[in-house]
Design a protein around this ligand. Structure first.
Ligand SMILES: [Zn+2]
Ligand SMILES: [Zn+2]
Length: 101
């Protein structure tokens, strides 16, 4: 259903096996997490889940596992922000085209 987006992802979701884990930042505490775009589970440890997608999730959207806000606001990181924060090391496909805008 969902067309393959340009937005990079960390891993394929091991729970629903359909969604992709995208990078989001919590607007309350600024913590970057991976959220499945299908089942909306949240992984806080990016290194662990990128290495092992079977590692257990820490929370479920919209609760933030870091600041424990029950209804945190989340913002999807852009490719530029990911590069700037050096989070591309956790991505499954580190921007293969290398094209910007
Ligand atoms: Zn999922
Ligand atoms: Zn938070």
């Amino acid at each position: 259903m969902r067309p393959k987006r340009k937005t990079p992802y960390v891993a394929r979701c091991s729970v629903c096996e359909d969604g992709l884990l995208r990078l989001f930042v919590c607007c309350e505490c600024g913590t970057v997490v991976a959220i499945c775009d299908e089942c909306e589970l949240i992984w806080q440890d990016l290194a662990a889940v990128s290495r092992d997608p079977d590692s257990p999730s820490d929370s479920a959207f919209p609760a933030c596992p870091a600041c424990e806000a029950p209804k945190a606001h989340w913002q999807k990181l852009t490719t530029e922000e990911i590069e700037r924060e050096h989070l591309h090391v956790y991505l499954a496909e580190p921007n293969p085209r290398g094209d910007d805008r």
